[in-house]
Design a protein around this ligand. Sequence first.
Ligand SMILES: C[S@@+](CC[C@H](N)C(=O)[O-])C[C@H]1O[C@@H](n2cnc3c(N)ncnc32)[C@H](O)[C@@H]1O
Length: 248
Amino acid sequence: MTYEELKKVYDQVGQRSGWDFSKLKDEREPVPWNYLDVVKAYLQDTFSVLDVGTGGGEKFIKLSEFFTKGVGVDPDPDMIKTANVNKKKAQNSKVTFEQFGAENLEKLNQVFDLIINRHAPVVADQIVKVLRQGGYFITQQVTSKNMQNFRDIFNISQFVSKWHNNLDTMVPEFKKLKCRIVATGEYDVNYWVKDVKSLIFWLKAIDMPKGFNMENHWQQINEIVEKFTTPQGIVSNEHRQLLITQKL
Ligand SMILES: C[S@@+](CC[C@H](N)C(=O)[O-])C[C@H]1O[C@@H](n2cnc3c(N)ncnc32)[C@H](O)[C@@H]1O
């Protein structure tokens, strides 16, 4: 495609709101767990729950029918604004949103029955400080092996993100803090975006590579489309890790 054609698509896809990816047309191979189902299995209707790095609270609001009271935190004021808009839309009175980073959880001055975190930073000692004894912490993380073929095209050899933690570091940290490792998991599956519009929406939404724009990256988009188009769509990989740990 020409630069002009790609730029037109880029301008059409708009900005993501919060962490809403519902515009994306995609497909993945079957995965061994579903994050929301895992969390639901640990929720009880009496629980107070903390969601660290809640984004626009999209997932947290969905989960709230299974608990009594929840706090979603995110250091980005725009995310908190979006989360409050989403809360209002959903007419939800169980969750509140506050501007806090994973590094400052103790300043919440509260203790939670369950703490969750999806694709956001984990600061183990802060989690343990605000988790009740016997309570569980569940996190799903995006790892350095995610979207490997695209990163090769963009020449991002090392996936460096302060947002993501991996099991190699988290497991020893939580063990040191006297937590029991209940389960760990990892998967690496094929993941397809169905068309060029979805591809551009996705890369723009996650800002990959950093500062993603058509002027600098249109040729690489063409290379991705050329190299990785399959009958199912434009293929990459989705690599995730899961940790469930309990404070003893
Ligand atoms: C990929 S989004 C995930 C949002 C949400 N958990 C979800 O799954 O849809 C990562 C979020 O982590 C937030 N974040 C970035 N730095 C953070 C920090 N130090 N502590 C907590 N959250 C952080 C970002 O603002 C962003 O909203």
